[in-house]
Design a protein around this ligand. Structure first.
Ligand SMILES: [Zn+2]
Length: 224
């Protein structure tokens, strides 16, 4: 929950647990903002691919407890499978084993989730409920800051490459609504390498961090 003295909150959500998270965490720490990292505990350093010609390697999560300290760890499926294409047993394993393995590595039980490939169904959300997951992020931009009713189909405000990112930030900063306003940004840190635009997240942080009237929390701290 957002502390009562705040009407505005900012949070970040980044997926897949790859090496570029190291640079992203440094930036988050420097600007004192919080991020939620959605991790695949079954894929530790096992796969490597390239994004727009830049190498992407998964981190070995048991060595990352210090790296992610102060941020939130959330479920992203043990093996990053499309959850709508799995049998009940496979779905159970994908969700529960990721939750349990992340708990073992990081020492606290994840309560959040981001859907691999953004895919979900009523069967998936029901399983998440059973796993004690209180919110799950989709990839549909809301371009909005209002609280949402259905947290298991949560729509982020926008992706960091959204053409409206800076105008949304401007609107958010100048909003004087009495309603709680949440600016929720998501992406993959390797996209900054591939698109050569680390300056984009730095410019955003320059703009929105360090404001006395904004609460900077993890997804769970803000949504649950
Ligand atoms: Zn992913």
């Amino acid at each position: 929950m957002i502390p009562e003295c705040f009407r505005k909150a900012v949070t970040f959500s980044y997926d897949d647990g790859n090496e570029q998270d190291i640079r992203l965490v440094e930036l988050c720490n420097q600007y004192q903002v919080k991020c939620t990292f959605n991790l695949n505990s079954g894929l530790n350093a096992s796969t490597e691919w390239s994004y727009k010609g830049m190498p992407v390697r998964r981190l070995y999560l048991p060595e990352c407890t210090e790296l992610y300290k102060g941020h939130e760890i959330a479920v992203h499926g043990a093996f990053h499978r499309n959850m709508t294409e799995l049998s009940r047993q496979e779905l159970y394993e994908e969700i529960f084993s990721d939750r349990d393995k992340l708990t073992e590595i990081f020492g606290s039980v994840p309560v959040g989730m981001a859907y691999p490939y953004g895919c979900y169904s009523p069967v998936v959300t029901e399983m998440l409920r059973k796993a004690g997951i209180c919110y799950a992020r989709t990839v549909h931009s809301s371009h909005d800051f209002r609280r949402q009713q259905n947290l298991l189909c949560f729509s982020p405000t926008c992706h960091h490459d959204d053409e409206n990112l800076f105008s949304l930030a401007e609107t958010f900063l100048h909003s004087d609504s009495d309603e709680i306003q949440i600016f929720y940004i998501w992406g993959h840190s390797y996209e900054f390498d591939g698109n050569h635009n680390w300056d984009r997240i730095e410019r955003l942080l320059d703009k929105i961090a360090g404001k006395p009237d904004i609460f900077y929390g993890t997804n769970a701290e803000i949504l649950c």
